[in-house]
Ligand binder design. Structure first.
Ligand SMILES: CC(C)(COP(=O)([O-])OP(=O)([O-])OC[C@H]1O[C@@H](n2cnc3c(N)ncnc32)[C@H](O)[C@@H]1OP(=O)([O-])[O-])[C@@H](O)C(=O)NCCC(=O)NCCSC(=O)C[C@@](C)(O)CC(=O)[O-]
Length: 299
């Protein structure tokens, strides 16, 4: 399979990245980050999450974030919605695209959203209906596609089942998440091979965490499988509140450097992106998780 000429980068730093931070982050800092990311050329930014603030306190200010960002034409600002209540809150905040999130492992589904996989899919049905009525697009996530922190190995067939259900109910794209970053290039290729029998490859995205240092290899393995959409997080921010020890998403700067080297277009400016990452790392008071940003800073 030949490599794609264009890759769509889905920037999840303001949501997947920041949701895991224990220290308070002001709405102004979140807004600043989202605006810096859109200025860097990212076409899709997941800017918040309409979940229970008891479960994920850091996302509590998402409506304010959506009210204050400078919406750049052509940029999609997405948000997570776990149930109809979250969807309605997102709609009221002016969100035009939401993401529902399921898991390929029962134990993770229970820990993350307090219900079984089947119940989660049933919970998404009214969201899909309300989204259709309101002209809102819905993206789907499947967590734990290459391993679960509670159950261990996850079969690709199980991932394919959940992905197919999300696609069949109307998700325009399904992002497959290696939540705990245990996946390898071989397992990634096998997983996409199996899932693509149920959902077309151009409707699938890769979402890799870097816990075992395999995320970049897994992105490349996915490219070889014909995948052309990747979720990533500026400065490698993040982790997962329900997966102890999981590290951040693959850093957007590092994925961009890889894609630039392959001559694959993204529309994103590396220097501006590194600047956005530096800014949020200053707020958090910690070094960047991006190898590329570190190397550039050392020059
Ligand atoms: C799904 C629920 C809400 C079920 O939560 P629950 O406790 O089972 O449900 P509930 O309906 O009984 O509600 C409990 C309380 O939450 C409130 N509530 C209910 N819904 C909402 C809402 N939408 N917004 C705000 N509040 C809400 C509700 O009103 C009630 O408030 P109380 O009466 O106790 O004061 C809960 O489990 C939850 O919010 N979980 C959050 C999970 C989450 O955000 N996880 C992180 C994102 S997923 C992820 O990071 C993985 C991903 C996508 O990146 C891919 C990967 O890497 O794998």
């Amino acid at each position: 399979m030949s490599l794609p000429s264009f890759v769509r980068l889905i920037e999840v730093g303001p949501r997947d990245g920041l949701q895991n931070e224990a220290q308070p982050i002001s709405v102004a800092d979140k807004v600043h980050l989202v605006d810096a990311l859109s200025a860097a050329g990212l076409g899709y930014i997941e800017a918040g999450s309409f979940v229970s603030p008891k479960w994920v306190p850091q996302m509590a200010g998402s409506a304010e974030v959506f009210a204050q960002i400078q919406r750049k034409p052509g940029v999609t600002y997405g948000a997570l919605a776990p149930n109809l209540r979250g969807f309605e809150d997102a709609l009221a905040a002016g969100v035009k695209e939401v993401a529902v999130f399921a898991a390929a492992s029962e134990a993770f589904s229970q820990r993350n959203i307090n219900c079984s996989i089947k119940e989660s899919l049933e919970r998404f049905a009214p969201i899909m209906e309300a989204a259709r009525q309101n002209g809102v697009s819905v993206r789907g996530y499947v967590s734990c596609v290459l391993g679960c922190p509670y159950e261990g190995a996850v079969k690709p067939e199980q991932v394919a089942w959940v992905a197919r259900e999300l696609y069949a109910m109307g998700c325009y794209e399904v992002s497959l998440g290696d939540t705990i970053g245990t996946g390898t290039a071989g397992a990634t290729r096998k997983m996409f091979e199996v899932v693509s029998a149920e959902v077309p490859r151009d409707k699938l995205a890769g979402h890799f965490h870097d816990t075992y240092g395999q995320a970049m290899a897994n992105v490349y393995a996915s490219l070889l499988e014909g995948i052309a959409v990747f979720d990533s997080s500026v400065a490698g921010l993040g982790g997962c509140p329900y997966a102890k020890g999981a590290s951040g998403n693959v850093a957007t700067e590092d994925v961009l450097y890889l894609l630039n080297g392959l001559g694959i277009e993204t529309g994103v400016d590396l220097d501006a992106l590194i600047g956005a990452g530096r800014q949020i790392c200053d707020v958090l008071g910690r070094p960047t998780g991006s190898r590329v940003a570190k190397a550039r800073a050392a020059q």
